[in-house]
Design a protein around this ligand. Structure first.
Ligand code: FAD
Length: 622
């Protein structure tokens, strides 16, 4: 049976990648269908109800700058806000919000349902419709055939999903949801490289059975942050605290004594788990010298007693989970509402993708999210936005787009995946970016909004707010450059209080702001602008002044690297004709098929000498 309508883009899966993909495709002007198992699970957080953190908030703010939903939903759902690394430099500062799971899901559903050009259909996709090596639609579990010019697949942990609790295992996409086995089998018939990964989640605990007086309270920041550039603190719901407890030697003994019942240690699980989010079994064995691990006890929401004990993800049997959890301070009488479990699932080697996230083997088919070997909502959302946008652009006959590594963490994420592939769940960190000072969370709007506007992703309201902020920053910077403070004036006296020595000659406000002792607020106190700047705009003025030297040095480096970034490797390039390349280098280049010289240089084992041989060859033959 044929569906009554044909689409430009079908997005399969309504998780974090799928919702951003569908919204981006629709914002870019394509008639879009979000085809997902169950409309009620759109925007569900499978694991920890939190958004942001180191490296991850950067992605969320970039998604936001490109008009996406994740930051706005977080503003409506964030019940505890913290800025991490707040005492360190701006490059590594990161915003994290504990989210009310129900409010987050409701916010995403609201945004999806109010998006023009976007419709939702609640059914599983069991197959893709292919014509030659091109995708032209999807077939649902009841045999409904839906045609589209492009398809984005974002099936998360559902493809061939296998859940483990102790030595018991069964098929499932996540606890309570059916897996996508038919689609998994179908995709395995296509020429993709499929592997298995695993991830896990802790048991949930009823707050009424917990003694919080034995734990350390961790309130949020006094002044909660905001995730979206269009958001405000007024959107936040009631704020609550998290708590901290610890595992002990007794906890570790119980875990060690039961490792033979852990599917991971008994060899039942073949997939590799996330390095930076290890299970408690993993932590106890890998860091055997540590006799305690910190556990963050986080509320799941304002209208539920369920708690998420962050740091004890496990696939041990239920009775062992009860035993070891009850050894922790405050959890002596803990009632478990859901057991922890591990899940294994199919993922595809991302080296089989182009930077646009289109697959190399099937035209107009895009992959995004967990299926590309990543872990985390933010990594999934970022890929989803890019894949949805590019699916829309291909459907409209336009060139695809992706940000460079020096423009966005989204660029770093995609380039890392495509160039190096991944053998374990990939998580974003600020350390993965070479131009951290330029890719700050506070300037994501300045980096991406203008491009987002050109791509059709940014609406009028966001564009107006962005333009007003940039105008205010530029006007203030001009004022600082042209306003001078004379010695022995009242203004000089105000500023001299903060300086080791009083001002002895004339200085511009711009030069004064560069001095480490003075902040923008000191400058404002001495010589205020006609209209005060917003906090965000003032922060930009201050960072630009304080880090001017470093920023311009990074920009120079980028300019020289861009030469390589712009040097495309011709599709007709025959590597066997390039003199001097070793067989190993040739093999790696053939496997990854880099699009530019810069991408080639990032492949492990491709030496700088090989890059210059390639460069000379390309220049000679073009
Ligand atoms: P998902 O959020 O899984 O969404 C997939 C969507 O696709 C679902 O809506 C599903 O119903 C739909 N779908 C699947 N197949 C089909 C089909 N055939 N037809 C129609 N719809 C389909 N991340 C961390 O960062 N840290 C962790 O500790 C962590 N632990 C996790 C533990 C567990 C048990 C699970 C399940 C996930 C965990 N994650 C963790 C991962 C995190 O949940 C994912 O990274 C994130 O949800 C990925 O988003 P996604 O959109 O790719 O997939």
């Amino acid at each position: 049976m044929d569906f009554p309508k044909q689409y430009d883009v079908i997005v399969i899966g309504g998780g974090h990648a799928g919702t951003e993909a569908a919204l981006a495709a629709a914002r870019a002007g394509s008639q879009t269908l979000l085809l997902t198992h169950n409309i009620e699970t759109v925007g569900v957080m499978s694991c920890n109800p939190a958004i942001g953190g180191i490296g991850k908030s950067h992605l969320v703010k970039e998604i936001d700058a490109l008009g996406g939903a994740m930051a706005t939903a977080t503003d409506y759902a964030g019940i505890q806000w913290r800025v991490l690394n707040s005492r360190k430099g701006p490059a590594v500062r990161a915003t994290r919000a504990q989210a009310d799971r129900a409010l987050y899901k409701a916010a995403i559903r609201h945004i999806v349902e109010h998006q023009e050009n976007l419709e939702v259909f609640s059914q599983a996709a069991d197959d893709l419709i292919l014509e030659g090596d091109q995708v032209v639609g999807a077939v649902t579990q009841t045999g409904i055939r839906i045609r589209a010019k492009a398809v984005v697949l974002t099936a998360g942990t559902f493809l061939g999903g296998k859940i483990h609790v102790g030595m018991q295992n069964y098929s499932g996409g996540r606890m309570g949801d059916a897996p996508s086995n038919s689609l998994s089998e179908r995709l395995r018939e296509l020429p993709f490289n499929v592997g298995r990964l695993k991830t896990g989640t802790p048991a949930r605990i009823d707050a009424r059975s917990v003694d919080f007086s034995k734990m350390i309270e961790q309130p949020g920041d006094e002044k909660p942050a905001v995730m979206s550039y269009m958001g405000s603190v007024e959107q936040h719901p009631e704020q609550v605290s998290c708590y901290i407890t610890n595992t002990s030697e007794e906890t570790h003994d119980i875990i060690r004594n039961n490792l033979d019942k852990s599917p991971m240690f008994a060899g039942e699980i073949e997939g590799i788990g996330p390095r930076y989010c290890p299970s408690i079994e993993d932590k106890v064995t890998r860091f055997a010298d540590k006799n305690s691990h910190q556990i963050f006890v986080e509320p799941e929401g304002l209208t539920t007693y369920e708690l998420y004990p962050n740091g004890i993800s496990t696939s041990l049997p239920f009775d062992v989970q009860v035993q070891f959890i009850r050894t922790m301070k405050g959890f002596e009488n803990a009632h478990i509402t859901r057991p922890g479990y591990a899940i294994e699932y199919d993922y595809f080697n991302p080296q089989d993708l182009k930077h646009s996230l289109e697959t190399k083997y099937i035209a107009n088919l895009f992959f995004a999210g967990q299926i590309n070997g990543t872990t985390g909502y933010e990594e999934a959302g970022a890929q989803g936005l890019l894949a949805g946008l590019n699916a829309a652009r291909k459907a409209q006959g336009q060139e695809t787009w992706y940000p460079r590594r020096d423009e966005a963490y989204i660029g770093v994420l995609v380039d890392d995946l495509i160039t190096m592939g991944t053998l374990e769940p990939y998580r974003m960190f600020t350390s993965r970016a070479e131009h951290r000072l330029l890719l700050r969370e506070d300037n994501a709007d300045a980096r991406l909004t203008e491009t987002g506007r050109q791509l059709g992703l940014v609406d009028d309201a966001r564009w107006a707010a962005f333009s007003a902020k940039q105008d205010a920053i530029a006007a203030e910077q001009a004022r600082l450059r042209t306003t001078f403070i004379q010695p022995k004036t009242e203004q000089a006296a105000v500023l001299s209080e903060k300086l080791p020595q009083p001002l002895k000659k004339e200085f511009s406000l711009a030069d004064l702001l560069k001095r480490p002792e003075l902040t923008y607020s000191d400058i404002e106190q001495a010589a205020a602008p006609d209209a005060p700047l917003s906090i965000d705009a003032a922060e930009q003025v201050e960072i630009a002044a304080k880090y001017e030297g470093y920023i311009s040095r990074q920009q120079e480096e980028i300019e020289s690297m861009r030469r390589h970034e712009n040097t495309k490797l011709p599709e007709t390039l025959d590597l066997d004709n390039v003199g001097g390349l070793s067989n190993e280098v040739k093999q790696k280049l053939k496997q990854v098929q880099p699009e530019t010289l810069a991408q080639a240089s990032r492949i492990q084992g491709v030496t700088p000498a090989a890059i210059s041989m390639l460069y000379i060859h390309i220049k000679k033959h073009n």
